[in-house]
Write a protein that binds this ligand. Structure first.
Ligand SMILES: C[S@@+](CC[C@H](N)C(=O)[O-])C[C@H]1O[C@@H](n2cnc3c(N)ncnc32)[C@H](O)[C@@H]1O
Length: 340
């Protein structure tokens, strides 16, 4: 059995039509991993819930609402940079590339890259990788708007998707990772993950990463504490998800969204704060969680970077930078890199 077949056996394949197919890990694995990982993070003194669990259907929709908020500058600014660099990307790509996206979400920014592909290729291949089912909806929208596009969606973790791509075929990939989603990794996990990406890449492959830059504290804290309370809803929704999927009894009124900028480590830290002493049952994980008043459950890091730090991170992970772009205020960056 070759590697492709062997690896794809971990997935169920859904062929929707000749232009659209999905691969998804067998559902028993997904439920087990959700329960185990929640249990591991919450059944301890310093509690955490991994940010990848934000993105059930409701969480993904709330994230889209966050992107539309004025306070949440990253989406707006990253789009403006992508628009500015389209002609340069055109000269750096050719029709031997396919587009692979980590954490594709609604694939709205992707359209700016697909427009570049459309002007280069007769047929465009797009492989979105996202843990959220939002991928299926965004793919259908894209297919309506791009006639010569075909999509192979991988509904899995970034790591699972990268393994999938690595064993798929020899076609060159442009891998994009937008929205500063990389900033959610801890520094050590992030360094490992970048190495994983570079080790997935072949000669000729390219990697485009969007990263948020260090800036004044008040701008950052406003972005994660919006006046309409959408980010708070997004953060609290992970508890509703645990209630629904793991038969838990979190009372959301007993928790508060809390996001602060840690200036030393250049990162927004997001937590759920317990407002009372309380006990919560997570029936499917078979645990009782005791929380004291003001205790924090960590839910997300969102690291902010200096240009020199990005250069160093990519260099250590085995990349050579081909080009870096920012907006005029140096709020956000996009970096195109190849494997060394
Ligand atoms: C911050 S959003 C960014 C979405 C979009 N790329 C953008 O720039 O607006 C992160 C996306 O990655 C997905 N995601 C988060 N953690 C993931 C993981 N560990 N593996 C796969 N997808 C993940 C989420 O479902 C979500 O769609």
């Amino acid at each position: 059995m070759n590697d492709v077949l062997h690896h794809n056996l971990n997935y169920k394949k859904y062929v929707i039509d000749p232009r659209l197919q999905y691969f998804k890990p067998h559902s028993i694995k997904i439920v087990k991993s959700f329960s185990d990982e929640i249990c591991h993070g919450i059944n301890r003194d310093s509690k955490y819930i991994l940010p990848k669990f934000f993105y059930d259907k409701k969480g993904s929709n709330l994230f889209e609402q966050i992107c539309a908020l004025h306070e949440y500058y990253p989406t707006r600014i990253e789009i403006s940079i992508l628009k500015k660099i389209q002609h340069e990307l055109h000269s750096l790509l050719d029709d031997s590339y396919r587009l692979v996206e980590l954490g594709s979400g609604s694939s709205v920014k992707t359209r700016l890259i697909l427009d570049v592909f459309e002007s280069i290729c007769d047929k465009i291949e797009y492989f979105p990788i996202d843990i959220s089912e939002i991928l299926t909806e965004s793919s259908e929208f894209l297919l309506n708007d791009y006639r010569y596009l075909s999509i192979t969606g991988i509904i899995d973790t970034y790591e699972g998707g990268l393994e999938f791509i690595k064993h798929y075929d020899d076609r060159k990939n442009l891998i994009i990772f937008l929205g500063s989603s990389f900033g959610n990794f801890s520094p050590s996990e992030g360094a490992k993950f970048l190495k994983k990406i570079s080790s997935t890449m072949k000669k000729g492959d390219l990697f485009l990463i969007g990263l948020d830059l260090v800036k004044p504290k008040h701008i950052l804290e406003n972005a994660y504490n919006d006046s309409q309370g959408v980010t708070a809803k997004f953060n609290l929704n992970v508890l509703s998800r645990i209630n629904d999927e793991l038969d838990a009894d979190f009372d959301l009124t007993n928790f508060q969204h809390y996001a602060i900028y840690n200036e030393k480590d250049h990162r927004i830290e997001m937590y759920l704060k317990s407002l009372v002493n309380q006990s919560v049952i997570i029936a499917k994980s078979n645990i009782l969680v005791n929380l004291s008043k003001n205790e924090l459950i960590h839910t997300e890091y969102s690291h902010k970077y200096k240009i020199t730090q990005i250069e160093n991170l990519l260099d250590v992970a085995g990349f050579k930078i081909k080009k870096m772009w920012t907006d005029d205020d140096k709020f956000f960056s996009l970096t195109l890199a190849a494997k060394k």
